[in-house]
Design a protein around this ligand. Structure first.
Ligand code: BES
Ligand code: ZN
Ligand code: ZN
Length: 508
């Protein structure tokens, strides 16, 4: 989607449709807002009539489309709900509702009247970012396997008008910056949506090589031979049952600031999780093609970091393997030795994410001594039970890092919730015969016992774990409850929040 900024008011006729926001109206009689006077004049009084007849209520998700009698385009009014509860997230969703509502209806070029979306709670630059996000993410479709598709909006222009034209430079910067962020989310969704027949560990490595070349990152790919030399027993065990061998992919972005800190991002990249010998039930097993979402989000975040030249040095590690049952699979009862020497007793081959992460975490801590370590993983079904399918769990040993991530998540509208890790959980993952076990004797607190397991591999590093099992993808049944900027399939959850976190000045 092409995004542009125009300092003038939307001159009706220059775009197929011009969009204005409308706050929810009270029951009392109220005049047409002043901002809509020009739209009303262009539509020869039709806007005023719709207002008077209360066709326009300003409720969220409400879309009113009026055609100009002279045939020169449409006036679109989108409801924003009560002004008192209007936030950046309201606008993100509203912009996506507009894009989705107009798909297949002959609108190619769309203008947003920016001033109608700016309020005390949503400043100009914040509104620009929200519209860019909502419109771009809301336009997303995974088209690779489709032979037909309905055309939607192709060009979005943000019209500043008189009062906002003074802020043009700052608003233009916000637009340019957020366009990169949003485009990168679409790129990440496209990769995360690929099924496991295509997106094998080696395919992810090739894709990472392409990215490294495109944006200028250093890359090292460890194949199964190298992994064996490095004693990465976790990745080798989990990937052992598949014809597509495991890969550990390491990317390095050197940092925009002179003496910045080093942030390491580690992602779970299970290209398909059948459960292995501890096989999963058939129902919804197809969702497990999204079990690589953490690693793909790490690649997306590294790509954004390089494109936007964020201050810190960023290391990305993608721990990729396919978890399948076969004669060469690892089994319950096996003990594997990981990169940092710690041993894992495997009690359930379906708890494979933590097993591949053990190598990746141990490796990145040993090789790069990062100041901060953040891992992303579709790690546990227990996380989805605890927090639902829209919120990720945050577990951290560092309050400052946790606060930074919570702030970033608040700003981007990707909900995360901090959960408590205690000695109780640490006790539950101790093994009778090895250092740790990958599954516990009693089922409760699966999210936290998984976190307690991971903690064994981060040493004393400042660490945050994001369990993204819920929000990494949406399915048809839950899609309708999600914001309009989501889509069925991979959401690229975490990419915007990580990009935001890395871009903040305190990330230096
Ligand atoms: N990939 C799954 C977790 C998952 C579940 C992700 C649902 C997305 C949606 C993970 O590898 C897994 O199977 N975890 C097990 C762990 C258990 C065997 C200790 C789980 O959560 O049931
Ligand atoms: Zn599993
Ligand atoms: Zn898994």
């Amino acid at each position: 989607m092409k995004l542009a900024l125009d300092r003038r008011e939307a001159t009706l006729g220059s775009v197929d449709a011009s969009v204005s926001g409308v706050f929810e109206r009270s029951e009392k009689p109220d005049p047409l807002p002043r901002g809509l006077a020009k739209e009303d004049a262009a539509a020869k009084g039709l806007v005023g009539q719709a207002w008077e007849k209360r066709e326009v209520r300003g409720r969220r998700k409400e879309l009113t489309v009026l055609h100009r009698p002279d045939g020169r385009g449409r006036v679109v009014l989108v409801g924003l709900g009560p002004q008192t509860s209007y936030t950046v997230e309201t606008l993100r969703r509203a912009a996506a509702e507009v894009i989705k509502g107009l798909r297949g209806k002959g609108v190619r070029t769309l203008g947003f009247r920016l001033s109608s979306f700016v309020a005390e709670s949503v400043a100009g630059d914040v509104a620009v970012r929200a519209i860019v996000d909502g419109a771009t993410l809301g336009s997303y479709e995974f088209l690779r396997y489709r032979t037909t598709h309905e055309a939607g909006v192709e060009e979005v222009t943000l019209h500043l008008g008189e009062e906002l034209s003074r802020e043009e430079a700052a608003l233009r910067k916000a637009l340019e910056n957020e366009s990169v962020v949003a485009e990168n989310v679409l790129w990440t969704r496209d990769l995360a949506n690929l099924p496991a027949d295509t997106a094998t560990p080696e395919y992810l490595a090739e894709e990472a090589r392409r990215v490294a070349k495109e944006v200028g990152l250093k890359i090292t790919v460890y194949d199964e031979k190298k992994l064996a030399e490095m004693h990465c027993g976790g990745l080798l065990a989990v990937g052992g049952g598949s014809a597509h061998p495991p890969r550990m992919i390491v990317l390095e972005y050197s940092g925009g600031a002179r003496s910045g800190k080093t942030v390491a991002l580690v992602g779970k990249g299970i290209t398909f999780d059948s459960g292995g010998i501890s096989i999963k039930p058939a129902l919804s097993m197809d969702h497990m093609k999204f079990d690589k979402s953490g690693a793909v989000a790490v690649l997306g975040a590294l790509r954004a970091a390089a494109l936007l030249k964020v201050p810190p040095r960023v290391i990305g590690v993608m721990a990729c393997a396919e978890n399948l049952p076969s004669g060469s699979s690892y089994r319950p009862g096996d003990v594997v030795r990981t990169y940092n020497g710690k041993t894992i007793e495997v009690l359930n081959t379906d708890a494979e994410g933590r097993v591949v992460l053990s190598d990746a975490l141990g490796y990145v801590v040993d090789k790069f001594h990062p100041d901060e370590l953040i891992d992303l993983a579709t790690l546990t079904g227990a996380c989805v039970v605890a927090l639902g399918d829209d919120t990720a769990a945050l577990v951290s040993n560092d309050d400052r890092l946790a606060a930074g991530l919570l702030d970033a998540a608040g700003a981007t509208g990707e909900p995360i919730w901090r959960m408590p890790l205690t000695d109780y959980h640490r006790e539950l993952v101790k093994s009778d015969i090895a250092d740790v076990r990958n599954s516990t004797e009693i089922p409760p607190a699966g999210l936290l016992t998984a976190s307690a397991f991971l903690e064994n591999f981060v040493g004393r590093t400042s660490w945050a774990h994001l369990d993204i099992a819920g929000p990494a993808y949406t399915v048809a049944t839950t899609r309708k409850y999600q914001p309009a900027y989501m889509n069925i399939g991979a959401t690229a959850f975490g990419v915007r929040l990580l990009t935001r976190y890395l871009s903040e000045p305190q990330s230096r």
